[in-house]
Design a protein around this ligand. Structure first.
Ligand code: PEP
Ligand code: MN
Length: 377
């Protein structure tokens, strides 16, 4: 059960003390206080864990400071979408809004290689008014002899260039909690010119110690990729690990599932799950067409499969697109063959615009239908 307190509740007030005193006397129930720090105000929520079935919503709503009470199902306590749960489905980070109703595009390098390539990419994004990118510094590779990413040595120039080109959020994978410290240090050293969304990759979706460490991280939001060989439920529980430790600014990333070797795509594309994640949870949903398709194959009409699946995800309501681009794919140190080319950027953005417009029209159509049905009843 979650008690949502009135905005601006003062933890030093008598009312708050009285509330906590009352909760401490409930048998077999623990109360955990969580502050949601927003731009305009801090919202306090109290999670009641344990034998809450006997508690009545009306009784709890009559306690001091309490504005609303939500009874949560057992699953996905913090990030889940519960009955009568109108808590927000968005968060803001470094001036960019991430929610279940909007769309952000993170085009960028799979792996940082040279400052020149980073600069070409970021300049192109700024020219198109795009404030987000992807830049991999720590690369988990299947083969131990493959390039493992430049690591912390590239962070200062990546962050400085981001500042120069108005990039507000960089999605960057971390595979160890020491990487989070290195990112903090590099941001500090460069004067915080940009922001970072920590990415947990598909190979680490169930690295519980990493999830707990990143969950305790107060500054950065997280993009959690679905595990490529586990159930959807297991992956959503991984997201819940982050939230249960305190970090609720989580975007859920779909990136395809492992199937058999020799399939046409690197992974089996799972973007039909976009609406499922939105139904089960309050997380914005990201799609990664590059790592799911993994090729530049095209259909007979000349459209790349990467474009096709992006459109499929966006038409179903995706909120973020994470996509590999490279100015010189043959020189890319990781995943060059799947990267889109710079001269495809405008074409890609226009294709997404068409798909998003179709999604918005579909939402309007659905609402019209539901209204007509309700008034006929
Ligand atoms: C990536 O986005 O660079 C990546 C490695 O993705 P995934 O973890 O989905 O394979
Ligand atoms: Mn990659």
């Amino acid at each position: 059960m979650i008690l949502i307190l009135r905005a601006g509740t003062d933890k030093n007030s008598d009312d708050f003390r009285e509330l906590m005193e009352h909760l401490s006397q409930l048998q077999k129930i623990q109360a955990r206080v969580h502050d949601e720090v927003g731009i305009q105000q801090t919202l306090t929520e109290i999670y009641l864990v344990g034998d809450t079935a006997t508690l009545q919503i009306e009784d709890m709503e009559s306690l001091p400071c309490v504005e609303r009470v939500v009874r949560v199902s057992e699953e996905y306590r913090v990030l889940g979408r519960h009955h009568d749960d109108d808590r927000p489905t968005y968060f803001e980070y470094n001036g960019v809004c991430f929610g279940q109703n909007n769309l952000n595009i993170f085009a960028g390098l799979c792996a940082v290689d040279t400052p020149q390539h980073v600069e070409i990419m970021m300049k192109a994004l700024q020219e198109r008014g795009l404030p987000c990118t992807r830049m991999g510094a720590y690369k988990p590779r299947t083969n131990p002899y493959s390039f493992q990413g430049h690591g912390k040595s590239c962070l200062p120039y990546v962050f400085e260039l981001a500042g120069k080109y108005d990039i507000k959020v960089i999605a960057m994978e971390v595979t160890h909690d020491s990487h989070v410290r290195e990112i903090h240090e590099a941001l500090e050293q460069t004067g915080h010119p940009t922001g970072v969304m920590l990415q947990i990759g598909t190979r680490n979706t169930q690295n519980f110690e990493l999830l707990k460490a990143v969950g305790r991280e107060p500054e950065f939001p997280v993009l959690l990729k679905r595990g490529f060989g586990i159930t959807l439920e297991e992956s959503i529980n991984a997201a819940e690990y982050l939230a249960s430790e305190g970090n609720r600014r989580v975007v859920f990333g779909l990136r395809g599932m492992k199937t058999n070797m020799g399939d046409p795509h690197r992974n089996f594309v799972d973007f039909s799950h976009v609406p499922v994640i939105k139904r089960l949870t309050r997380m914005p949903v990201c799609i990664d067409p590059s790592h799911s398709v993994g090729t530049r194959d095209a259909s007979p009409e000349g459209i790349l499969d990467v474009f096709h699946v992006t459109a499929q995800g966006v038409v179903a309501g995706a909120n973020m697109v994470l996509v590999d681009f490279h100015p010189f794919p043959s020189k890319a140190l990781v995943d060059g063959p799947q990267a889109l080319h710079m001269d495809e950027l405008d074409y890609f953005l226009e294709d997404i615009r068409i798909a998003r417009e179709a999604y918005e029209k579909r939402v309007t159509l659905a609402q019209t239908h539901l209204k007509a049905r309700a008034s006929a009843a």
